[in-house]
Design a protein around this ligand. Structure first.
Ligand code: DX5
Ligand code: ZN
Length: 218
């Protein structure tokens, strides 16, 4: 059994107001915050790193759950700094490491939950050997790097397969998820829903978050 959770991605929000935007999302019913870290190397874009996360944690208080989506080439390097900054979950890309097993161990030892992400070109069979050791699998539904891209429906078989094999695993979808694509995600069995532009640029983020959550819970 798993529960539906919605985690806005603040990538498309006003990053100069990051703290305020995160507070606004929590006030609108977000269950957690999905924070996109990009290093300009693993993906062709740069966002922010652990110093920003540390300030954000101080500003927003201890409660909101920070799911760090680490789109970086050296995920090993940021485990301790992110834990110290107040991250709750460290979601790294399978494509970025040669030793997922030791990275999973390091993340756990530093007190965070473990998320494992795959890009659209990576098969779910490559993730499967690690599924028993992680808290969450992230199936990317766009090529990572930018917000506001089109949802890739052809990733849904990965989600359904994972759900059939690992009934209690948290499965997150990220990229182009909004009111139009949420039905597909729910049907496939995703339960952690990242939504960036659909939530952040809406006039009524509260309703969008509620809608996404309701569809998944049904
Ligand atoms: C893409 C990021 C996503 C993105 C989601 O590389 O990992 O989290 O910000 O934004 P939307 O929902 O606009 O695709
Ligand atoms: Zn993301």
């Amino acid at each position: 059994a798993y529960t539906a959770k919605v985690g806005p991605s603040i990538l498309s929000s006003d990053l100069s107001q990051l703290g305020r935007e995160c507070e606004r999302m929590m006030e609108c019913g977000a269950d957690y915050l999905h924070l996109d870290v990009m290093d300009g190397h693993f993906v062709p874009n740069i966002t922010f790193g652990h110093p920003m996360v540390e300030r954000l944690r101080r500003c927003i208080g201890p409660d909101p759950f920070f799911d760090m989506h680490m789109m970086v080439s050296r995920p090993e390097q940021w485990v301790k700094p992110m834990a110290a900054a107040g991250a709750n979950q460290y979601t790294f890309h399978l494509e970025a490491t040669t030793n997922p097993g030791s990275l999973i161990k390091e993340i756990r030892e530093s007190g965070m939950k473990v998320g494992l992400a795959i890009k659209p070109g990576t098969t779910v069979e490559e993730l499967a050997p690690w599924a028993g050791q992680i808290d969450m699998a992230l199936v990317m539904t766009v090529e990572p790097g930018f917000g506001g891209q089109k949802f890739m429906e052809d990733m849904m078989p990965k989600v359904s397969w994972l759900r059939s094999q690992f009934p209690s695993l948290d499965i997150e979808v990220d990229g182009g998820v909004g009111p139009d694509s949420i039905y597909r995600c729910a049907e496939a069995g995703a339960n952690m829903i990242v939504s960036g532009s659909a939530v952040v640029s809406s006039d009524d983020p509260r309703s969008v978050i509620a809608l996404l959550k309701n569809v998944v819970m049904e």
